[in-house]
Design a protein around this ligand. Structure first.
Ligand code: NYM
Length: 215
């Protein structure tokens, strides 16, 4: 008797402004899924471990200056260089939990207000990437994140800019988005996150089709 193909993994994306607690929530969610027997891994974008990622890191830590279009392309390339591995993992049944994805790419660049780097143009560069099954948007005001430890160390960590990033995220919101108030305790936020993530993971394992970004 032929064995049924292994169901694909879910693509779960966490988005939000700087210092909103995404990384903490991503890793807690992955641990929770694993404890339930779900094959899950966490990735971060930018992936600073590649040579493209090293150039991005130098820019973010103010060690280099780059044209806005160039740094945008580097962020895009940093995701595209991971595309094959993402598709392979998802097809093999691994659930990927991403700490940032293309939504950050579009929102942070759009927040710069450069006319030739519009939201639609930025979106068009990444249509070959897989769509998220769920975007968990950790929502917090720019003023509240600014009060958190370490704020201001990296480029973009300025209240006025972050407020524009929040606005741009608002324009990307669609039916796959779940907004979570990121201002509570770590455990309380985790419970809210789990309540939106777990049904999507279950649904995906039951055979939901993997889409393409922005379709
Ligand atoms: N960022 C992140 C972008 O500007 N474009 C992107 O495509 C991505 C993925 O890099 N300020 C910005 C958002 C953050 C910074 O910080 C990455 P962190 O703390 O590693 O998430």
């Amino acid at each position: 008797m032929a064995t049924a193909p292994r169901p694909r993994g879910a693509l779960i994306v966490f988005e939000g402004g700087d210092r909103c607690g995404k990384t903490t929530q991503c890793s807690k969610m992955v641990e929770r899924l694993k404890s339930q027997g779900v094959d899950a891994v966490m990735w971060r974008f930018p992936d600073r471990s590649t040579s493209i990622g090293a150039a991005i890191n130098a820019y973010l830590s103010n060690q280099s200056q780059l044209d806005d279009a160039v740094i945008h392309m580097l962020f895009v390339a940093n995701r595209l260089e991971k595309r094959d591995e993402m598709l392979r993992l998802l097809a093999g049944g691994t659930t990927l939990v991403l700490d940032r994805y293309s939504y950050s790419g579009v929102a942070y660049t759009a927040a710069k207000g450069v006319p030739h780097l519009s939201i639609d143009y930025c979106k068009s560069l990444e249509v070959v990437l897989p769509a998220a099954d769920l975007v968990v948007h950790m929502s917090m005001s720019a003023e509240a994140t600014a009060a958190r430890g370490g704020y201001g160390e990296e480029r973009y960590e300025k209240v006025e800019f972050q407020a524009r990033v929040m606005e741009a995220f608002g324009q990307l919101r669609d039916e796959r988005w779940a907004a979570i108030d990121a201002a509570g305790t770590i455990d309380a936020i985790h419970e809210q996150v789990a309540a939106v993530v777990e049904p999507v993971v279950r649904r995906t394992l039951q055979g939901a089709v993997l889409g393409r970004l922005w379709d």
